[in-house]
Design a protein around this ligand. Structure first.
Ligand code: AMP
Length: 214
């Protein structure tokens, strides 16, 4: 059976977003990124965006209650396929998702853990470029845009996200270890976890993922 309801788990900079976009498109399922949803809310100046902005810029997690509501509103029909990218990030978020799926009689097919050493993460994030308009992500070294400083997808000027600044990155890694890494054991205990060595070429990682999703 192919995987259609999946969580991408891993530290910031591990490549979850890049691969979620590509795979979701190839398979025809939704890519649900809570980070993208929050950035859209911040940009639109909604009450949620105003509340979330400070946490995000400091590299901290947005409170569970806010993010759970946000994700569930966007999920729509859970029976359709999705890749959750950046959610859950805490055990309470995972429990809320589990309850929601159970109530709907739907099973989580799997959790893919993207593993990358810390040193590589810091280097990757510090060379990351993001599009403030359409959310596309590039990397100065590994995935440069065709035209320097310009988004390939929509033509906007690329920027470095505030939470990709070195102080915020260090904080995000601490938060990942404290609050998100416990989910590794949580899903391993449920027999759902598959580990992927994400410290490789994008193409090699994609081949592994295609094999897992096939
Ligand atoms: P991301 O683009 O996934 O790295 O998310 C960027 C920022 O949004 C994070 O550093 C958090 O501040 C916030 N965020 C995204 N997803 C979550 C989540 N599931 N729980 C709490 N905060 C989140």
């Amino acid at each position: 059976m192919s995987l259609t309801r999946v969580i991408f788990l891993g530290p910031p900079g591990a490549g979850k977003g890049t691969h979620a976009v590509g795979l979701a498109k190839a398979i025809g399922i939704s890519h649900l990124s809570t980070g993208d949803m929050l950035r859209a809310a911040v940009k639109a100046g909604t009450p949620l965006g105003i509340e979330a902005k400070g946490y995000m810029e400091a590299g901290k997690l947005v409170p569970d209650a806010l993010i759970i509501d946000l994700l569930f509103e966007s999920m729509g029909d859970e029976s359709k396929g999705w890749i959750l990218d950046g959610f859950p990030r805490t055990v309470p978020q995972a429990e809320a998702l589990g309850t929601r799926l159970e109530t709907a009689g739907i099973q989580l097919d799997g959790v893919i853990l993207f593993e990358v050493p810390d040193q590589v993460l810091v280097e990757r994030i510090s060379s990351r470029l993001s599009c403030p308009s359409c959310g596309a992500v590039f990397n100065r070294i590994t995935q440069p845009p065709a035209k320097e400083g310009t988004c390939d997808r929509c033509g906007a000027d690329l920027v470095t996200r505030k939470d990709d600044a070195p102080e915020a990155v260090t904080q995000r890694l601490v938060v990942y270890k404290d609050q998100t890494a416990p989910l590794i054991a949580y899903y391993e205990d449920q027999g759902k976890l598959t580990r992927v060595d994400a410290n490789r070429d994008i193409g090699e990682i994609r081949q592994d993922l295609d094999g897992i999703f096939a």
